[in-house]
Design a protein around this ligand. Structure first.
Ligand code: ADP
Ligand code: MG
Length: 436
């Protein structure tokens, strides 16, 4: 038995599914048949778009919620409540403002019943390790964002966990601070100075994953599942400009765009198309800007996504939202890591504002089923008005409340630009009134 426990992976997730109930009654499946195992000595990355269920999976591993079905084990024992030996670092700095740095760090030990002197010793060591020496008695409000996140790390590390879970730990920091903290973490890890055995880091930043991880699991969305697993065999310290590094980043971009092939009417029944199409709130200004940038030099209609993301200073995730929006409107296509303008996209780029609005309206009516539906309902009703709830309910049959909200907001802003119909925020009514 003991032997078995020693050999069991640190974390073993098998066929885990998780759904959440919706107000309308039906459940939304967020994770589907997820398999994942973490061994000692590795940094594993979970890479996927917002809403793909990464945080949900992390919360299952941390024992904060349970799977709807499937198995989640820590060292061979089913996870049932927070397991011993797992700490979590959150995206934002979840510190107690009325406690000093030292007190914040000690907190994790108090719960474990460690005595006072030992607590102090361990906390001071963690603070020292993470580069906060001299700030023991400072309060969170006196620290910069980067320093506060260091306190978050120290608090997670002080208990010497086997597994450190990190949920987008650098995403709330500015670029430079994030990079410093990342490199510090990796240096400590390589020097064997971190009192932990493994790391699971969630991110939507491809370069961050390639920089830090030994293994990357690429998550697909709606529902989330592990689409691919990649090994990163590059030695540390890794150099972002190294051709092998660039190649891997390129490959992952390609992987993540492969799945979004042009949708055909035959795919109407598939989640994510038809009425279930989630529309991310992207402004029409930004969409037109992107079309213009793509149509002009040096791209002339086709660009490599990583290159374009770099030029436009966008994160992978943001560029995907934009690219997918253009794709579902048939102004561009994503394939193999490239974004290519369609003929309509090229036409749009060379039009005046009024013609652009007309073309945009045509595409909205043709390719976004819910917009076609709103238009038909408004046309048919004698007073040409309809409440938003009518369409919200319809959307909620296909997606979670928050996605339905986003989708409605997007519909309002896109159809305003296209002058398709009007929307009154106060009464929450769509109408054909003054659509011009
Ligand atoms: P990610 O971390 O990849 O951005 P999340 O795991 O936070 O994704 O969320 C995935 C999906 O699950 C989202 O659609 C979100 O709205 C939904 N979700 C997460 N937690 C809950 C919950 N407690 N109740 C209902 N829906 C939830
Ligand atoms: Mg998340």
């Amino acid at each position: 038995m003991l032997d078995q426990i020693a050999k069991a992976p640190l974390i073993d997730i098998q066929q885990v599914c998780r759904s959440f109930p919706k107000p309308s009654g039906k459940d939304v499946v967020v994770l589907e048949n997820v398999d994942l195992s973490i061994k000692e000595g590795e940094i594993v990355g979970l890479l996927g778009r917002s809403g793909s269920g990464k945080s949900t999976l992390l919360r299952i591993i941390a024992g904060l919620i349970s799977p709807s079905s499937g198995q989640a084990q820590c060292r061979g024992a089913t996870i049932d409540g927070p397991p011993v030996g797992i700490s979590m670092v959150f995206q934002s700095f979840a510190l107690f403002p009325w406690l000093t740095v030292l007190q914040n760090v000690e907190l994790g030990l108090e719960a474990k019943g460690v005595d006072r002197a030992e607590r102090r010793k361990l906390a001071l060591a963690a603070i020292d390790l993470i580069g906060l020496d001299g700030f023991e008695n400072a309060f969170p409000k006196e620290l910069s964002g980067g320093m506060r996140q260091r306190v978050g790390f120290a608090r997670a590390l002080v208990v010497h966990p086997d597994l450190l879970l990190m949920d987008e730990p650098f995403s709330a920091l500015d670029v430079l601070t994030a990079e410093t903290l990342r490199t510090d973490m990796i240096d400590l890890w390589i020097e064997g100075r971190l009192p932990i055995k493994s790391v699971l880091i969630v991110t939507h930043n491809i370069e961050e994953a390639v920089l830090m991880c030994d293994r990357i699991l690429v998550f697909s969305s709606n529902p989330g599942r592990v689409a691919r697993e990649l090994k990163v065999d590059l030695p540390h310290p890794r150099n972002r400009l190294d051709p092998a590094f660039r190649q891997l980043v390129d490959n992952i971009y390609a992987l993540m765009t492969q799945r979004t092939e042009p949708r055909t009417p035959a795919m109407e029944g598939i989640p994510g198309t038809g009425m279930g199409m989630v529309l991310e709130p992207v402004s029409t200004n930004i969409l037109s800007g992107l079309i213009e940038a793509l149509a002009g030099a040096p791209y002339h209609g086709q660009a490599d996504l990583p290159v374009l993301a770099g030029t436009l200073q966008l994160e992978a995730d943001e560029l995907f939202h934009l690219g997918e929006a253009l794709q579902l409107l048939r102004f561009a296509q994503l394939s193999e890591g490239d974004i290519v303008l369609t003929d309509a996209g090229k036409k749009f780029a060379h039009m005046e504002t009024d013609s652009r609005k007309k073309l945009f309206a045509e595409h909205l009516l043709t390719y976004v089923p819910v917009i076609g539906l709103i238009r038909r309902v408004l046309d048919e009703r004698p007073n040409h008005t309809a409440p938003a709830t009518r369409f919200r309910n319809e959307l909620e049959d296909y997606m979670t409340e928050s996605y339905a909200d986003d989708t409605l907001k997007t519909i309002v802003s896109w159809s305003r630009y296209a002058e398709l119909f009007a929307y009154d925020e106060q009464t929450e009514m769509f109408s054909l009134e003054n659509p011009q």
